[in-house]
Write a protein that binds this ligand. Structure first.
Ligand SMILES: N[C@@H](CCC[C@H](N)C(=O)O)C(=O)O
Length: 291
C-alpha cells in the first residue's frame, strides 16, 4: 500500500467484544503484531479487543485448503497483535460484516478460520448463530490462584484454549488486570483464556473472562461455549449420552449468549453482532503504524 491510498476499516461488536474490521480481499496487507496493536490501541488507535482481517480464503496460505467450502477467511488477531485460532464473537461479527458489505446473501454460509470451517446463520437483522464445533475437555489438575484464593480449573478447548473456574461470586475474580496465575504452566504452553463462572439459576450462569492477548474483555464467545460445556458436565448433563440437547444462558458483562450442546457433540452459539461505524485510516498514520 502506498501512503496516498486510503484503507477502509469498520468497527463492530458482539456482546461488547469489539473488533476493528479490515477488508483485505486479496490478502495484500502485511499486518505485523505491532501494527495490529497500534490499530487496536484505545487511545492512540481505532481501538478494539481484536482485529478481523477479511481475506479471500484462496488468497491466504492458512485458508486456501478451505477455499472450496468457504470464500472468506477470518484472520483474527488479539488486541496485542498475537494470533489466535478462533474467536466466537468475532466470527458472528465477521458474518454480519460480509452481509453488510453485500459479499454474501442472508442465510447459511461457511467461514474459514484457523480452527477450521465454522457454519453460520445470519439473517438481515437480529442475532447470528454459529456452529462452533466440538469442545474438548480434560482434567489436567490446573489450579488458578487469585487474591489468596485457589480453584481447580476445567481445561476446555474450543479451537482455542480455556481454563474454566467455578466461583461463588464473580467479584472473587478481582480487578483482572493481569493474567491470573495458574499452574502447571505446561498445560497451556501458548497461553490461555481464563473464565470465572458463577451460577445464576437453572441452566443459567454468568462469567467474567481474562483473554489471552486482550486482557479482561466484556465477552468471549469461545469462552462462553467452554463455560456452557464445563457447566453441563458439572451438572451431569451430557447430550452425547442422553441424546438430548442442552442449552445454557451465559451472561457476560456486555450482554448474554445462548449456547446449545447438541447430541452429536457440536456446540451452537447465538448472540448479537453489530457493525457500528465505517471509516478510513489516515494514510500517514497508517504508513507509520505499518512500518
Ligand atoms: N474474544 C474471542 C476470543 C479471542 C481469542 C482469544 N483471546 C485467544 O487468544 O484464544 C471470542 O469471542 O471467542
Amino acid at each position: 500500500m502506498t501512503s496516498t491510498q486510503r484503507l477502509a476499516f469498520l468497527k463492530g461488536h458482539g456482546t461488547e467484544n469489539d473488533f476493528v474490521i479490515v477488508p483485505d480481499p486479496d490478502g495484500r496487507l502485511d499486518l505485523s503484531a505491532t501494527a495490529v496493536a497500534r490499530i487496536c490501541d484505545r487511545r492512540a488507535g481505532v481501538g478494539g479487543d481484536g482485529l478481523l482481517r477479511v481475506v479471500r480464503s484462496a488468497a491466504h496460505p492458512e485458508a486456501s485448503a478451505q477455499a472450496d467450502e468457504a470464500e472468506w477467511f477470518m484472520d483474527y488477531r488479539n488486541g496485542d497483535g498475537s494470533i489466535a485460532e478462533m474467536c466466537g464473537n468475532g466470527v458472528r461479527v465477521f458474518a454480519r460484516y460480509l452481509l453488510h458489505a453485500g459479499l454474501v446473501e442472508a442465510g447459511d454460509l461457511a467461514i474459514a478460520t484457523r480452527a477450521g470451517l465454522r457454519r453460520v446463520h445470519v439473517a438481515k437483522t437480529g442475532d447470528v448463530t454459529v456452529s462452533m464445533g466440538r469442545a474438548a475437555l480434560s482434567e489436567d489438575g490446573v489450579v488458578v490462584t487469585l487474591d489468596g484464593r485457589s480453584w481447580p480449573a476445567r481445561n476446555v478447548n474450543m479451537g482455542n484454549p480455556h481454563a474454566v473456574v467455578f466461583v461463588e461470586d464473580l467479584a472473587h475474580a478481582g480487578e483482572l488486570r493481569a493474567v491470573p496465575p495458574f499452574s502447571p504452566a505446561s498445560v497451556y504452553p501458548d497461553g490461555v483464556n481464563i473464565e470465572f463462572v458463577a451460577d445464576r439459576g437453572p441452566r443459567h450462569v454468568a462469567m467474567r473472562v481474562h483473554e489471552r492477548g486482550s486482557g479482561e474483555t466484556r465477552s468471549c464467545g469461545t469462552g462462553a461455549c467452554a463455560v456452557a460445556v464445563a457447566t453441563a458436565r458439572r451438572d451431569g448433563a451430557a447430550p452425547a449420552r442422553t441424546g438430548e440437547a442442552v442449552t445454557y444462558q451465559v451472561d457476560v458483562l456486555g450482554g448474554s449468549l445462548s449456547i446449545t450442546e447438541l447430541p452429536d457433540g457440536t456446540v451452537e452459539m447465538t448472540g448479537p453482532a453489530e457493525i457500528v461505524a465505517e471509516g478510513t485510516f489516515d494514510p500517514a498514520w497508517l504508513t507509520a503504524a505499518l512500518a
